[in-house]
Design a protein around this ligand. Structure first.
Ligand SMILES: [Zn+2]
Length: 338
């Protein structure tokens, strides 16, 4: 029974709203770029690099992330990264994606228009070859708050060229609360950008409250620690604020204890508007199909899983007409029984 369910879910075209391009790039790609760009890695062989790339703990994860990004030395490298990302999403049957780009690292190292052109080129190539639609949401690394104005300018210009749909906030939550980014977010909203933020992952429920109040975000990245605050859960239920849940990431980073069921069950049962996502799939040895599989193992039914997928359409920043098209595609996968 479980096997049939897994097969059915794998066949279902999916929508994903919380995935980082850099975290969805294979270790091999970074390795060959490092060789090509003569960047010294802390390892000597591809085997060792793959081992280094595997998740160990949070501080190692940050080290992997920054080492991987450091091998990107030209705008062409970003074009390649973007094109590869289309391939990656298409391979996992993800027909529409809203994806984060770690913009704080880009704006400090490359001229703005050069990198925008490279992204545009990568998007064009990727779409031509793999036919899946992707909208990008560059994000500010909250631990590099000095980059926020430059990132906003980058997003506004990219949005004018039709490349980006919104602004995000990622990186280390502790010590960098949402309010530090209030003005930049207000300006982003005035420029008709969609706004989202990671909150309630490493930091508690208060960070979710603050992201909503100070940044007026339209979706919450992770958000699982809302469960620490009953009133907040009630607010999220009433407003149907979309939450981008990434179970494997939470287990890897120790936000959820590996012996426990993932709190998405409680969130779903409380009537919260959840979606399911892979976050940094290559770094956490996961992918979106595996995330669904994990929920099957934890007792989610077919109907519930297709609802989570439909929720991602509803919570996306697509136009109403585009949403209707995706609902139509997903209708073929509606269940009549379980
Ligand atoms: Zn994330």
């Amino acid at each position: 029974m479980e096997k049939i369910l897994i097969e059915k879910i794998e066949k279902m075209p999916k929508i994903e709203l919380h995935v980082h391009v850099e975290g969805a790039t294979k270790a091999e790609v970074f390795y060959s770029l490092a060789k090509q760009n003569r960047v010294k890695l802390p390892v000597n062989t591809i085997k060792e690099w793959k081992h280094f790339f595997e998740f160990k703990d949070f501080s190692h994860f940050i080290r992997v992330y920054t080492t991987a990004v450091s091998v990107l030395k030209s705008s062409e490298d970003y074009a390649l990264l973007i094109e590869n990302f289309y391939k990656y999403q298409a391979k996992h049957n993800i027909i529409y994606t809203e994806a984060f780009l770690s913009a704080s690292f880009m704006v400090e190292r490359f001229p703005r228009d050069e990198i925008l052109e490279a992204i545009e080129y990568g998007m064009k190539k990727g779409y031509e070859k793999y036919k899946c639609k992707i909208n990008f949401i560059p994000d500010i690394a909250r631990n590099i708050p000095s980059s926020q104005k430059k990132v906003l300018d980058f997003v506004i210009q990219g949005n004018k060229r039709g490349l980006f749909v919104g602004l995000g906030l990622g990186g280390m939550e502790d010590g960098y609360p949402p309010k530090l980014f209030k003005e930049v977010y207000a300006k982003a909203r005035r420029n008709k950008l969609h706004v989202v933020a990671h909150a309630g992952e490493a930091a508690g429920a208060e960070s979710i409250r603050e992201a909503i109040k100070e940044l007026k975000v339209e979706r919450i990245g992770h958000g699982i620690r809302c469960l620490e605050d009953k009133k907040l859960v009630e607010y999220l239920r009433k407003t149907q604020m979309p939450i981008e849940v990434s179970p494997t990431s939470n287990y890897c980073l120790g936000i959820v204890n590996k012996n426990e069921k993932h709190p998405i069950r409680q969130m779903y049962d409380a009537g919260l508007f959840c979606t399911i996502n892979s976050d940094d799939p290559e770094m956490f040895s996961t992918n979106l199909n595996k995330e669904y599989k994990l929920l099957i193992k934890q007792g989610f039914s077919y109907n519930e899983l297709i609802q989570l997928n439909k929720n991602a359409v509803g919570a996306s920043f697509l136009s109403n007409n585009e949403k209707l098209n995706y609902y139509k595609i997903l209708k073929h996968y509606d269940a009549v029984d379980n």
